[in-house]
Write a protein that binds this ligand. Sequence first.
Ligand SMILES: *[C@@H]1O[C@H](CO)[C@@H](O)[C@H](O)[C@H]1NC(C)=O
Ligand SMILES: *[C@@H]1O[C@H](CO)[C@@H](O)[C@H](O)[C@H]1NC(C)=O
Ligand SMILES: *[C@@H]1O[C@H](CO)[C@@H](O)[C@H](O)[C@H]1NC(C)=O
Ligand SMILES: *[C@@H]1O[C@H](CO)[C@@H](O)[C@H](O)[C@H]1NC(C)=O
Ligand SMILES: *[C@@H]1O[C@H](CO)[C@@H](O)[C@H](O)[C@H]1NC(C)=O
Ligand SMILES: *[C@@H]1O[C@H](CO)[C@@H](O)[C@H](O)[C@H]1NC(C)=O
Length: 321
Amino acid sequence: MSSAFKQQKLPSWSPILTVGTVLPTFFLIGVAFIPIGIGLLVSSNQVQEFELNYTACKQFANGTDGPKKCSEVIANHPEIECKCRVNFTLEENFRREVYLYYGLTNFYQNHRRYVKSRDDRQLLGEIKGSTECQPFHKRDGKWIAPCGAIANSLFNDTFLVQRLTDNGFKTIPIMETGIAWATDVNAKFRNPKLPEGEKNLSKAFEGTVEPPNWQNPVWRLAGNDNDQNNGYQNERFIVWMRTAALPTFRKIFGRFRHEINEENADYHSYLPKGRYQLIVTYAFPVADFKGTKRFIISNTSWLGGKNPFIGVMYIIVGCYE
Ligand SMILES: *[C@@H]1O[C@H](CO)[C@@H](O)[C@H](O)[C@H]1NC(C)=O
Ligand SMILES: *[C@@H]1O[C@H](CO)[C@@H](O)[C@H](O)[C@H]1NC(C)=O
Ligand SMILES: *[C@@H]1O[C@H](CO)[C@@H](O)[C@H](O)[C@H]1NC(C)=O
Ligand SMILES: *[C@@H]1O[C@H](CO)[C@@H](O)[C@H](O)[C@H]1NC(C)=O
Ligand SMILES: *[C@@H]1O[C@H](CO)[C@@H](O)[C@H](O)[C@H]1NC(C)=O
Ligand SMILES: *[C@@H]1O[C@H](CO)[C@@H](O)[C@H](O)[C@H]1NC(C)=O
């Protein structure tokens, strides 16, 4: 046996690294990186953003604010629906499409066991959940739908944004369609089949029970745009199910409605500067894991949010080379 391979006679290339070859290479890479970095940074700086930390907001009830914090109210009385109100001012008009995000800190959606605690087959329409979902797979002898820890911990604060006008506070409609990846909505999430002749989505989920932390069965999830029950196809649910890679993250909650419409004509092409109030239905506890919650308004860029980090990294790498 004397193939070229066995005899180790295959041709090889061992570049000789000299100052003369290495430096120009690094230089070229560096020159290529810097403009990319600047481009990314400029596009990131064009994003307008407003951020508000509402972790410690005070209960708003019977027309007055506080004394109690919502975080304490829900810790002691989970059955109470705690609303809180935060005033804020936008100093300039927010241009173009304007999105709402919620941000969490210290929430490890990337934990190995958490990430696996779901059943993608179930999310494509099977009633059965898998044991991967343990301990959130069965309850009272019924399959939990959707099963697993990710779904069970679904973020459940909701936001109402009102703008102060001459005629008092006016609610700005928030849409929750068009916020998830189209590939997720079309290919990864599908409700179980409805029995012949049935229209009511609840019938598709017969024999299942909601996750222990949920107050309502999954078929009750609804797009607020048209109030149709949409179950697994609910976009906020889909957004939550795409787990974040870092413990500090933001996820999209919705977008302000932009269609021209007599009553809300103001919001057609921008969110006007001025005074606002945010009313939060505060249900998601973060005190247990020392987390915080943020509310964010942004006109995203193609990077998907304000993120100078990548741009800065490119420039640093470019200069270093
Ligand atoms: C947000 O508010 C909480 C409670 O007041 C505080 O503990 C936390 O440090 C704040 N986080 C940031 C990033 O400001
Ligand atoms: C608001 O008013 C109702 C009825 O008067 C009362 O039962 C409730 O305790 C009040 N809530 C708060 C937070 O004070
Ligand atoms: C928010 O604004 C309302 C009305 O403009 C005012 O009554 C209330 O005291 C403000 N709340 C805070 C916490 O500043
Ligand atoms: C909201 O989510 C938390 C955490 O999963 C849960 O403990 C709480 O019961 C939920 N509340 C409502 C009103 O859904
Ligand atoms: C669907 O059925 C459930 C209970 O089975 C009921 O509560 C709900 O109102 C029905 N929805 C519609 C749109 O009829
Ligand atoms: C966000 O608003 C700024 C300032 O008005 C504008 O320059 C930028 O183009 C907007 N970004 C997007 C993605 O529309």
